[in-house]
Write a protein that binds this ligand. Structure first.
Ligand code: SF4
Length: 439
């Protein structure tokens, strides 16, 4: 994609700008920053060649778990693949935006184009100046190499403007094939894609590499505040270990050397109680047993492996059981915002989709558990494939439902996500932290 070749439908019609302004007018109690952020996550970003040249001096997208791209790597213009920045940070412009961090999802036809104007990085929407931009700096620790010769960025990349070190320690999932893999997920496919493109991409990361990487980060970095350990599900055993045991070892090793240096988080399945306790004993402070989608029938369709191996009711029960171990505020299950509208079986009506998801929010929040969401990115190589995600109106209504339920139950700000509130939030894949009112 080059700026002068803008060809997305929104690029010439003004439809994107009109919809942004309609949403801002209809939901004046939500920050404009959050509305724009959700729309960029929904539609993705295109880059001019000049902007990509500038990006080479900043932190590139590290493909830390899923692709989070709207086109496969093979179809990106050559220059865009692997050179786009991890995130952008918007400020100023006609809406006078406060600093807002947004994750990069490469979409060559997006109406949102990162380009240079008068030598400055800017974001244009449908050809019109939207705001000034910054790219994330390359963390100082990236210049170090592990004794195994592996690149530290491959073992311990930083996201969220450096706040979070993301340790995807197992880059495959034992839910395998269309009858088991979650339908929105391209983790197994991302692995194959990265390897096919000749990238160094390790399936199971060595504990020694992780510990060495964290020790270099400890020495050379002051920005990171938290780390996430995650990977695919282990339905049988991996290296002779069950899922809880396998993932527990990483926090155990890190926390025994650097106790309390970071907030340790585990993103794994909703596990039986004994495995949850292993995670807690290992030192994890936050547990993310993601529930993906609330509606029971959609869970069965979208997460066939989880439904078959664990079952939706058991999954939900395990989340509440985990709250007894970690404390409810430290159990933060994710759902994939918008996937309940996936074709062909999802909701077709925005308000019905929001009502279903709000029921789930109400259920968990009434137990003191605060779910968070990421923005569904219909990755073309996932089972749901190339399809249009929900409209902006869905995401704006979701933000309002999340914030209102959160405020109704007077819950504390979820820990491990950096600062809350518009102008502060670093969490980059949805605007849930941006809409928390801090005053
Ligand atoms: S459990 Fe589902 S979402 Fe997680 S890695 Fe496996 S297929 Fe993907």
């Amino acid at each position: 994609m080059v700026a002068e070749q803008q060809g997305g439908t929104g690029a010439t019609t003004g439809a994107t700008t009109r919809e942004l302004e309609r949403m801002m007018a209809e939901f004046p109690d939500l920050p404009a920053e959050a509305v724009i952020k959700q729309d960029i996550l929904r539609q993705g970003l295109a880059f001019s060649p000049d902007a990509l040249r500038v990006a080479s001096g900043y932190k590139p997208k590290d493909y830390f778990i899923f692709t989070f791209d709207l086109v496969p790597v093979a179809e990106m213009a050559e220059h865009a693949a692997f050179r786009a920045p991890e995130e952008i940070r918007m400020t100023g412009g006609p809406y006078d935006l406060r600093r807002t961090v947004v994750s990069t999802r490469v979409a060559p036809d997006s109406p949102y184009v990162v380009e240079l104007r008068d030598g400055k990085l800017t974001l244009a929407c449908e050809g019109r100046f939207l705001c000034d931009l910054e790219f994330p700096p390359i963390p100082g620790y990236y210049s170090h190499t592990l004794s195994s010769g592996k690149k530290i960025s491959e073992i311990a990349p930083a996201i969220e403007w450096g706040y979070l070190v993301y340790l995807t320690v197992y880059r495959l999932c034992q839910y395998w094939g269309r009858d088991e893999e979650c339908r929105f997920c391209d983790l197994n496919e991302n692995f194959r894609q990265q390897r096919a493109n000749g990238r160094e991409y390790t399936a199971v990361k060595e504990l020694d590499d992780i510990v060495e990487a964290m020790s270099l980060i400890n020495q050379h970095d002051t920005v990171s505040q938290a780390y996430t350990v995650t990977g695919g599900s282990i339905t049988k055993k991996l290296d002779g270990m069950r899922e809880g045991e396998f993932y527990a070892r990483f926090a155990e090793a890190i926390e025994s050397r650097f106790p309390g240096r970071w907030i340790p988080k585990a993103v794994v399945q909703a596990l039986p109680l004994d495995e949850v306790k292993m995670l807690k004993d290992a030192g994890y402070r936050i547990y993310h047993p993601n529930y993906e989608v609330w509606d029971a029938e959609l869970f069965n369709w979208i997460c066939p492996g989880k439904d078959r191996y664990v079952g939706r009711d058991e999954w939900v029960k395990r989340i509440l059981d985990a709250a007894e171990v970690f404390g409810p505020t430290h159990v933060i299950p994710n759902f994939v915002g918008g996937v309940e509208m996936a074709k062909p079986h999802g909701f077709t009506d925005i308000d019905q989709a929001i009502a279903s998801t709000t029921e789930g929010l109400e259920f968990f929040m009434s137990h003191g558990v605060v779910p968070r969401f990421t923005t569904w990115c219909p990755e073309p190589t996932s089972n749901l494939g190339r399809q249009e995600g929900p409209p902006l109106e869905y995401f704006v209504k979701l933000l309002r439902a999340w914030r209102d339920t959160f405020e109704k139950h007077k819950l504390p700000v979820p820990p491990g996500y950096g600062r809350p509130g518009v102008g502060n939030a670093e969490f980059s894949v949805s605007a849930f932290m941006d809409v928390i009112r801090t005053a």
